[in-house]
Structure formats: C-alpha cells, structure tokens
Ligand binder design. Sequence first.
Ligand code: PMP
Length: 281
Amino acid sequence: RIVYLNGEFLPFAQARIPVMDRGFLFADGIYEVSAVLDGKLVDNAAHLARLDRSLGEIGIRNPHSLEEWVRLETELVARNGLAEGLVYMQVTRGVYERDFAFPPADVAPTVVMFTQAKKVSANPLAETGAKVVTVEDIRWKRRDIKSVALLAQVLAKQAAAQAGVAEAWMVEDGAVTEGSSSTAFIVTKDRTLVTRPLSTALLPGITRAAVLRLAAESDLRVEERLFSVEEAYAAEEAFYTSASAFVMPVVEIDGRTVGAGRPGPLTRRLRALYVEMARAS
Ligand code: PMP
C-alpha cells in the first residue's frame, strides 16, 4: 500500500511522523473520509469543503487548494489500484516543541492520506440490517468540527463491539445526537423521516445531506428535529448514514426490535438511491 505524506507517495513502512507532531501529542488536527466506488471518489467536493471548514474553525491553514486535494487523492487511488473503499485524509498543526499554544505560523501542517479497501456498496450487513446500542454522549461541545480527538467515539464503538453490535448511538439529555461514526435517522409510524438538525452538537454528515436531498426529490416527509431514545425504540424504521456505511438499516436498538426487524422499505429505497447517486459521481 502506498501512503501520501507531506508531498511524497511512499510505501507504508517508509512513512514516518515525528514524535513532536501535534496530531500525536494533542490530537491537534482534522480528518476526512471519502468513499471510492468503481475507482471514483463519491461526493468528494463536499468532503473537501468540510475539511476546509474544519481547518478554518481551528485555525490551521489549508495546505492545498480544492484542485490539489482532488489531484492527490486521485493519484493515491490510482497508485493503490483501489476500486472500492475509502480515502482517509488528515491534516495536523505540524511539528514543533511541545506547547499547547499554536506554533509559529511558518510551521507547516502535516498532511497524510491513505486508502483502505472495503466493500462500501455490496455490504452484507445492509441486507440483514445492523444492531445498535445507545451510550451517553461524553464529547466536547464542538462536534461540528471533524477533529481527530476521537476518544469518546473509540469508547462508544468499543461498547458496541462488546455488545456484539455494529454501531453505538450517542445520547445527550435523552435525545440521540448521532452515531459514533455516523448520522442517526428514524422513520416514524406516519412515514416521516426524522434526523437531528445541524448545530455544534453533531457533525454535519455529508451522507446526511445527500440523503436529505434524495428524500426531498422523492417527496418524502422530512423533519429535522431532536428525537428521543424512546421514539427510536418505537420507530417504524431506523438507519444510519456515513461515507463508509452509505445508508445502513438498523433493525435493533438496545436489544429492542425496530419495526418488523428487517430493513424497512423506505430505508432500502434511500440506500438504492444513494448507491445510484454514488455510482454516478
Ligand atoms: N457523525 C460522526 C460523529 C462521524 O464520525 C461521521 C463519519 N465521519 C458521521 C457523522 C457521518 O459523516 P459522513 O456522512 O460525512 O461520513
């Protein structure tokens, strides 16, 4: 596998990051993940726009233009012969003597990119549906920033793994904020699609935005509002979205069966529409 590091394409074993990198010491950095389908990047411009915004919010200058990012990602995908999977991108505030405050402005950000082969469209879990557990949302207050400080998500995902399920939904004041690495949706008994409105309390999911566009085009009823864990238990359907999971049906929450216990018709339709959109990227 070939990794991109600060202007070079290298074999993984040759890519080295200094101990004083602020990403390592402070999780002082930002990341993005774009899916690759049929060798092409999915909804990539939106991911790069969010990367730029995340960097801006924490005062790291974006080291590349949109065109440069696309060129680097495309070259990395080609060098790795990746047909289906993910491109991971990370930018940290660079390498400097350890001190919380920012280093001088001339310290260059560290840029890393690698690919991961993964079945994103033909995922068997999408056929049976995923189970989720709920956990308390213990994160900081700027979850709209795609920070590499992911300890709360690591613990949430481990709680899911220990429960033998695919994802953890995080809960704050009784309402579902989002999944540990996904956006949470439910479909109510009257067939309304419900997801939390954007705010600093959650990441503005790129797949979320695409699904809301597809839902509007299909004349589905959509409500962007908070929903409780109890409402999720009682939902007709549930699913989560992310660049890597696309639209993933949820059939069980905290051991309670959702709807008929199979991927619901509306969820299946949105997944099919999303895959179609992704293939046309
Ligand atoms: N919320 C969180 C906390 C995430 O980590 C992710 C995936 N990075 C998402 C939502 C989904 O975002 P996207 O659809 O842009 O992958």
